[in-house]
Design a protein around this ligand. Structure first.
Ligand code: TYM
Length: 335
């Protein structure tokens, strides 16, 4: 299929906290499987990160590490557009327009807003509230067809669809209405310590998550400590979220089907399950970690990708932005 015929994918990760195996399984690994069949944009959404206070130097480092990690994990920077959100001003400009097409009531219903404002009670800023509008702008700016994300982003995606449809109903077909792409297995990797909660990069307890940069012995230790239950034999069911989570992780990192992964472990002891899952994660992450460390040393190469891809994203974003600006009645620029 030629590049022009391919559908468009957009997705992003916030450069906040450590990138976990939840982000890897729910997002990055899926992206690597889609990159040949779609025209893809993968963004480090640093503008979203400042809805919670960040250390500036650390945010900058994390954003760069995130783009480096995209490449280390197998995303080809020649094929995919990987860039910083803050380098493309169209995101903020379109977000403003879309703010005027989004209702307070819709934003009030967003689960992530409720959770984050409960957690950061002293800083419930307007950015936190309108975060989903910026996310809609990210997506709609590129006429995105498909958005590969984990389960927790489903509600935001639905709102983006709603906003696009509302705008199109007034002005004609300006935006493609995007579809979510959520994998059947691995879209919600759970915390290793509290398996009824999702694994999160902002978890204060590092035993709850596996960072993509954890050393092999740390990974093995964290999986050994993972909370299961007082049973001894493996079964795969919602009533055993800790055990189910480990099997899901195994299936995703090895790309073995969930059915065959379940068969492999059912009836076995928890010790064996944890040993095999821990080793499978180590094996999956080792080459990624090695490539990441090599790439980090190659400053000029990473800089050139950031520059080139940022320019391409900017070019594409401006096309949609100008269209939306014209539709709402902003004066056309004289060249
Ligand atoms: P963020 O940075 O929290 O997470 C990045 C991606 O990782 C997925 N994810 C998980 N998947 C499975 N199990 C988990 N435990 C887990 N934790 C996180 C998320 O679903 C996501 O796909 N608002 C977004 C970032 C964003 C975005 C966008 C995404 C901004 N603009 C436009 C798509 C399109 C966020 O906070 O993701």
């Amino acid at each position: 299929m030629s590049a022009e015929q391919k559908k468009i994918i957009f997705s992003g990760i916030q450069p906040t906290g450590v990138i976990t195996i939840g982000n890897y399984i729910g997002a990055i690994k899926n992206w690597t499987k889609l990159q040949d069949d779609y025209n893809c944009l993968f963004c480090a959404v640093d503008m979203h990160s400042i809805t919670v206070r960040q250390d500036p130097a650390l945010l900058r480092k994390r954003a760069r590490d995130l783009l480096t990690m995209y490449i280390a994990a197998g995303l080809d920077p020649e094929k995919n557009i990987m860039y910083y959100q803050s380098h493309v001003s169209g995101h903020a400009e379109l977000a403003w327009i879309l703010n005027c097409f989004t209702y307070m009531g819709e934003l009030n219903r967003m689960t992530q807003f409720k959770e984050k404002s409960a957690k950061h009670g002293s800083n419930i800023n307007a950015g936190l509230f309108t975060y989903p509008v910026l996310m809609a702008a990210d997506i709609l700016l590129y006429q995105t067809d498909l958005v590969p994300v984990g389960h927790d982003q489903k509600q935001h995606l639905e709102l983006a669809r709603e906003i696009a449809t509302r705008f199109n109903n007034v002005y004609g077909d300006v935006f493609t209405v995007p579809e979510p792409y959520i994998a059947k297995v691995g879209a919600k990797i759970m915390s290793l310590q509290e398996p009824t909660k999702k694994m999160s990069k902002s978890d204060e307890n590092p035993n709850g998550y596996i960072s993509l940069m954890d050393e092999p012995n740390v990974i093995i230790k964290k999986i050994k400590r993972a909370v299961t239950d007082s049973d001894r034999e493996v079964t795969y069911s919602e009533s055993k979220p800790g055990v189910k989570n480990l099997i899901d992780i195994y299936s995703c990192v090895t790309s073995e089907s969930i059915e065959s992964s379940i068969d492999r472990f059912v009836g076995k002891g928890y010790g064996e399950l944890k040993q095999v899952v821990g080793e499978a994660i180590v094996e999956e992450l080792k080459p990624v970690q090695e490539r990441f460390k090599d790439l980090q040393k190659n400053k000029d190469y990473i800089d050139s990708i950031i520059k080139k891809n940022g320019e391409t994203a900017n070019y594409l974003a401006t096309k949609t932005l100008r269209k939306a600006q014209k539709k709402v009645g902003f004066p056309v620029r004289i060249r």
